[in-house]
Design a protein around this ligand. Structure first.
Ligand SMILES: [Zn+2]
Length: 280
């Protein structure tokens, strides 16, 4: 490849990795340097070089993500929600942790822990599953595409479902990412999605592109457990507000709960997940 195009490609990769994971761009630079200085000589006889370069990056990235970043994030007031450290709390997809999109303030982490324990005691086997949280460093650095997830105070959570084939309550979710499968308004319910789209907020149902392999048929929205989880969070000291689509606020009989609110048309629709945030 010509050096000019190679530089452009590397620059784009650097930007993409930084936007997605915050540390990816830096690790990419470091792995390029380590490859040129050390790995290249040691692996001269191994082909193809592309594979060796990729392996250098991936090993370095995973090492940084799971062993270095949690330590450096601490002074920034953020801790990771990991997939093996908190009982009854899991990410919907392990990619949330691999991409460093699982960082929150310590007080938010302990709040999630407490609610998860109560949920588990009340509903056998119930597990709170989280989606995007925040990146590990710097207030104001947004977690694209959620521009407000930039200070460790925000966390998206998946709803609960029942398996339509077995009739059993399940912890599985209808989409790979946890986003994009909507519990849409029924004909007799308030339809803020239609209203916002009509007003010209084209981004309002953007999360439909984030489903990545969805199986809505197999899942029935579990109103009881979802409502219980929302109520437990709203009782937690320190919670500031939660965002949910108006038709679900009504359907779950949460109209009297002043912590659960409509977020406005400038956000994306919240009938595929719940957004929670704690006070400053
Ligand atoms: Zn959110």
């Amino acid at each position: 490849m010509k050096p000019f195009f190679k530089t452009i490609l590397y620059l784009l990769l650097f930007i993409l990795l930084t936007v997605l994971t915050q540390i990816g761009g830096l690790v990419f630079l470091l792995s390029w340097f380590i490859y040129r200085r050390i790995v290249k000589k040691a692996t001269e006889h191994f082909k193809p070089a592309f594979l060796i370069k990729t392996l250098t990056f991936v090993s370095l990235y995973l090492f940084a993500t799971f062993l270095i970043v949690p330590i450096i994030a601490k002074p920034f007031g953020r801790v990771p929600l990991l997939f093996f450290t908190i009982k009854h709390v899991q990410p919907v997809t392990i990619w949330t942790c691999i991409l460093n999109r699982n960082y929150v303030r310590p007080e938010l982490k302990s709040m999630v822990e407490k609610v998860a324990k109560t949920m588990h005691d009340r509903y056998e086997g119930a597990e709170i599953q989280y989606l995007d949280a925040n990146l590990p460093f710097f207030d104001g650095f947004p977690l694209v595409p959620h521009l407000s997830h930039n200070d460790g105070r925000k966390l998206d959570l998946a709803f609960f479902y029942t398996d339509s084939r077995t009739g059993q309550k399940t912890n599985n979710k209808p989409s790979f990412s946890g986003y994009g499968v909507f519990e849409a308004p029924r004909p007799n319910e308030l339809n803020s999605i239609e209203t916002c789209l009509k007003k010209g907020y084209w981004q309002y149902d953007f999360n439909k592109y984030m489903a990545f392999g969805a199986d809505q048929e197999q899942f029935i929205f579990d109103e009881e457990r979802t409502r219980a989880m929302i109520e437990l969070f709203s009782e937690a000291p320190g919670i500031e507000k939660m965002f949910l689509e108006p038709h679900l606020i009504t359907r779950l009989k949460l109209n009297g709960n002043n912590k659960v609110r409509f977020h406005g048309c400038q956000a994306v629709r919240h009938d595929d997940h719940l957004h929670i945030q704690i006070r400053r």
